[in-house]
Design a protein around this ligand. Structure first.
Ligand code: F6R
Length: 240
């Protein structure tokens, strides 16, 4: 992977947003892979001022993951988060932005349907990724197969603790999620993984320099011919 070490989140956001805006200008049918969580927020923030006057009516987007069994109207469902942080502020066409369907009924089919929808859209041009402290990308927790497709996973205790800040308590964090698989993620044409802060340093080092291992799912990015890792100094601190 290409490693870019930046001064802070704002610089990272500006850098990635410039690239995405250029992509959309040159191809109004760009297909974006959207991450949630805290990490991509500076990108979405920086995109606001960079997309004025750009035709966004045909831009498509696919979120990485969703909680299973959460009410889509819950403010912390990833559907709500993507609507609030990305679709509304940027003025994207909501009917072209999808999140995996976390409704329990028929959930065994939702993953395949999601991957088929990505394929039908022509594949993802640029996939934004964060990384969990346990090394997950999407919600592919340790033990995920590198060829996995979109499917249901159980969140680790660590991830539920990390995400408890978005809920009233850890008990309110759903137990399961539906996530793009590592195989799904690897089919995107360009991966852009961002990470900030000391807490991500070990996961970043494992992903970039560690052995390819299902116990550190982020290491799958080493299999990708076009992966860019944008980190601040703290997140880069365990790279050799
Ligand atoms: C979010 C996602 C996760 C997060 C990761 C880091 O859609 O798939 O992999 O990117 O859990 O979360 P933050 O950015 O909140 O530290």
């Amino acid at each position: 992977a290409e490693i870019v070490i930046v001064q802070d989140k704002a610089v990272a956001g500006a850098l990635v947003a410039d690239h995405i805006a250029g992509l959309i200008r040159s191809n109004p049918e760009t297909v974006l892979g959207l991450a949630t969580g805290s990490t991509p927020l500076p990108v979405y923030e920086a995109l606001r001022s960079r997309l004025e006057g750009v035709d966004l009516s045909r831009v498509r987007g696919f979120a990485l993951d969703e909680y299973v069994g959460i009410d889509p109207a819950h403010p912390e469902s990833y559907r709500s988060v993507i609507t609030r942080e990305v679709v509304e502020p940027l003025g994207l066409n909501p009917s072209l932005i999808r999140t995996p369907d976390g409704t329990p009924e028929g959930i065994e089919h939702h993953g395949e349907e999601y991957d088929a929808a990505i394929r039908d859209a022509g594949g993802i041009d640029l996939q934004i990724l964060g990384i969990g402290t346990d090394g997950h990308i999407g919600f592919n927790e340790p033990g995920s197969s590198f060829s996995s497709i979109t499917r249901v996973k159980t969140l680790t205790e660590q991830t539920r603790r990390d995400n408890a800040r978005f809920f009233d308590s850890i008990d309110d964090v759903p137990m399961h999620c539906i996530t793009q698989g590592l195989g799904t993620i690897l089919r995107a044409r360009h991966l852009v993984l961002l990470a900030f802060g000391e807490g991500k340093a070990a996961a970043v080092a494992g992903a970039v320099e560690g052995p390819l291992s299902a116990s550190l799912p982020g290491s799958a990015i080493q299999l990708h011919p076009h992966a860019t890792v944008v980190v601040d100094e703290a997140a880069a601190s365990q790279l050799t």
